[in-house]
Design a protein around this ligand. Structure first.
Ligand code: ADP
Ligand code: MG
Length: 365
């Protein structure tokens, strides 16, 4: 559906986007996660034809955005970081205006009604946009992106600046839209992306640092790379400790060993780091068997995606590519998602009440 190849964007000598490649399949909800300044908006602006790339290629549904911008853009609904709203228009006038601008051929009345129903803005259609709450403005922005029913939706930080109940509301809406659209959503907030997306691309300093499901990314970085092993030697003295450290260091694939505290009488924990992609657990096992040592505990370091994100964005880790074929559900990943999705109905109700309660000082009636 979307194919991005070796995309680069320079501002002067600054590389805002540096050789980014990825593809997004039909019906996927892809999260673009990265700290401020990572290059998310720049990438999205190129994907949607708002700005041109310095080099690289973007294909939307097989259509090159540079060769046929109108054809490519017909496939995309875009909600930029700052929604392009004309605040002195009513919601209805604005959506009709956007309908004309996009030269939409679908039946006007029915199509706009459907979009307003999906975005739950039917009851504010006659209101001036400037008098709407931020959450409602965002929904109008989303409604605008849905005009012409594009197969691809690109949403840049759609929940930024919203309160928690509005955030849940927009998340729920995006998930719903994900059933019928390919969605790319950006955020600098991890739980945001985790709550909504099937797949995550972590960008940092203009490059892709990780690509995969949450569990794939976590697996890739945690499994086998770092572990703690508690080994009982034969003498149960510090002599054991030195011997065990040297023997572990000699194991193929182990690049770092450190003896930790004495955990049981004469028994130490050893922090072990292995080369990427090398699983050293079996080798440690057979070493201990040969030496007559006992493994009393073996624990893989359980980094959360939060830890990984922190590590990537603070520069401890540079790049991870997850196995393309492996599909694991987000639920497999053991992180609590902020703001339970079960709250959506009440959150929605609360916002609706707010909307109804807020006075009409702007005089749009
Ligand atoms: P993000 O959306 O991930 O926060 P951006 O794509 O907005 O990041 O920005 C990426 C980098 O490019 C930042 O360092 C930003 O300062 C720089 N940048 C973005 N737009 C421009 C511009 N028009 N001129 C110069 N530098 C820019
Ligand atoms: Mg941005």
């Amino acid at each position: 559906m979307i194919e991005v190849k070796n995309l680069c964007k320079c501002y002067g000598d600054k590389k805002a986007v540096n050789d980014i490649s990825f593809s997004v399949g039909k019906g996927e909800i892809l999260g673009f996660l990265g700290p401020n300044g990572a290059g998310k908006s720049t990438t999205m602006n190129i994907l949607t034809g708002y700005i041109s790339s310095t080099s690289g290629q973007v294909l939307i549904n097989g259509v090159d955005i540079l060769e046929d911008p109108i054809g490519a853009k017909a496939n995309i609904g875009y909600l930029p970081e700052i929604p392009p709203l004309y605040v002195d228009m009513t919601v209805d006038a604005y959506l009709n205006f956007m309908y004309d601008l996009k030269k939409c051929k679908l039946t006007r009345k029915a199509h706009l009604k459907e979009i307003c129903d999906i975005c739950k803005i039917s009851h504010v259609r006659e209101r001036l946009i400037r008098n709407l709450s931020k959450g409602y403005k965002q929904r109008v922005g989303l409604a605008q992106a849905l005009i012409n029913n594009p197969p691809v939706l690109i949403l840049d930080e759609p929940t930024v600046g919203l309160d928690p109940s509005q955030i849940i509301e927009i998340r729920t809406l995006i998930k719903k839209l994900g059933k019928n659209h390919t969605v790319i959503l950006s955020s600098h907030i991890l739980p945001e992306i985790q709550a909504v997306c099937d797949r995550i691309i972590i960008v940092n300093k203009g490059v892709i640092a990780a690509d995969g499901t949450a569990s794939e990314i976590a697996d890739k970085l945690t499994n086998e790379h770092k572990m703690t092993v508690r080994i009982e030697g034969t003498k149960r003295t510090t002599e054991d400790k030195n011997e065990i450290v040297s023997a572990l260091k000699a194991v193929d694939g182990i690049k770092y060993v450190r003896a930790d505290m004495e955990r049981e009488k004469g028994v130490y924990d050893y922090d072990i780091e292995s080369e990427d992609e090398v699983d050293v657990r079996r080798a440690i096992n057979s070493l201990c068997r040969d030496k007559g040592w006992n493994i009393l505990m073996m624990q893989l370091s359980d980094m959360t995606l939060e830890d990984i994100f922190m590590k990537i964005t603070t520069g401890d880790i540079t790049a991870v590519k997850a196995d393309e074929k492996k599909k694991v559900s987000l639920d497999d990943f053991n992180i609590s998602i902020q703001g339970g999705m079960g709250l959506d109905e009440s959150a929605e109700q609360a916002e609706e009440n707010n909307e109804i309660d807020s006075s009409e000082e702007g005089g749009d009636k």
